[in-house]
Design a binder for this molecule. Structure first.
Ligand code: ATR
Length: 273
């Protein structure tokens, strides 16, 4: 029998998850149907229960429901617990298991696809919202020499760094505090690029950097990537690989089979011009 999965969000028409999971299912000969569901803004829980009761096996969760999904879960895996949000649910009888694969998807993209190991590196993460929070545990697990979170609102970055300080070398600061600092890897996890804005980061952070990474995908050469390019960073990437890698982690969790992400990333990549 065909097992049902879905991504739920609002809006949802832009979601690439059905395309990615359908490609994974074809590749691995898994009998699944994966659809996109627009969750009502005032009825998220009801939509999840209805999907499960109709035979659904699992769901991806996207904006604005990642926190509500966390609250709904009966069992939260550590990554979801520390991220304070979930992007994947699995239904097992009465239990709703929650995990968060965004951070591990990003780390896999950096290390496996782009060939940039984080161990021993000075890493700068711009932003202090949900995307950064989800990335911190998987990043620190790779043991960078230093992980710096810099945010427009400095207090959010320092609070986040303090909350994770037990888990590795991490500091938080404001964007203005980065003057004169240099990093090996610089990632933009702010939502500035969605508005074609540039986080007010000094170009000097890119001096000697091997990679600049934009978590937003499909926006081409964003102001952040353009700044990095002008500063001479040799490798630029957007978040298409992160998107496909987090989907692969969910697929393994649900189906016990690992898909090959390479062809799917290649199909979805939009040139950085
Ligand atoms: P997400 O869950 O996608 O991370 P979020 O929680 O709304 O989204 O967080 C958005 C992040 O982008 C925040 O760190 C925000 O900075 P503030 O905390 O100061 O609001 C950051 N951000 C948004 N627009 C920005 C801009 N134009 N320049 C710099 N940072 C920006």
């Amino acid at each position: 029998m065909t097992d049902r999965y879905a991504v739920i969000g609002n809006p949802i028409s832009h979601s690439k998850s059905p395309l990615i999971h359908t490609a994974f299912a074809q590749q691995t000969a898994q009998d699944i149907a994966y659809t996109a569901l627009e969750g009502p803004l005032d009825g998220f829980a009801g939509a999840v229960y209805a999907f499960r009761d109709a035979g659904g096996r699992g769901m991806n969760v996207t904006a604005p429901f990642k926190l509500q999904a966390f609250d709904l879960a009966t069992d939260r895996l550590e990554r979801a617990e520390l991220a304070g949000a979930t992007n994947a649910l699995k239904f097992e009888g009465d239990r709703i298991l929650a995990d968060n694969f965004d951070g591990v998807g990003l780390v896999n993209d950096l290390q496996r696809n782009l060939g940039v190991a984080l161990a021993g590196k000075r890493v700068l993460l711009l932003g202090a919202g949900g995307a950064v929070r989800g990335a911190l545990l998987p990043f620190l697990a790779e043991q960078p020499a230093e992980l710096v979170i810099a945010n427009r609102t400095a207090e959010k970055a320092t609070a986040l760094a303090a909350a994770f300080s037990r888990r590795g070398r991490i500091t938080g600061c404001g964007l203005g505090d980065l003057a004169g600092e240099r990093f090996d890897v610089v990632l933009n996890a702010t939502s500035a690029s969605l508005k074609a804005e540039l986080p007010a980061v000094p170009a000097s952070v890119f001096t000697g950097a091997v990679l600049a990474y934009e978590l937003v995908y499909g926006k081409g050469l964003t102001p952040f990537l353009r700044l990095a390019q002008n500063a001479g960073v040799p490798l630029l990437a957007d978040g298409v690989g992160m998107l496909v890698e987090q989907a692969a982690e969910a697929f393994v969790w649900w189906r016990g089979v690992r898909p090959d992400t390479g062809p799917v990333i290649a199909r979805m990549t939009v040139p950085l011009v």
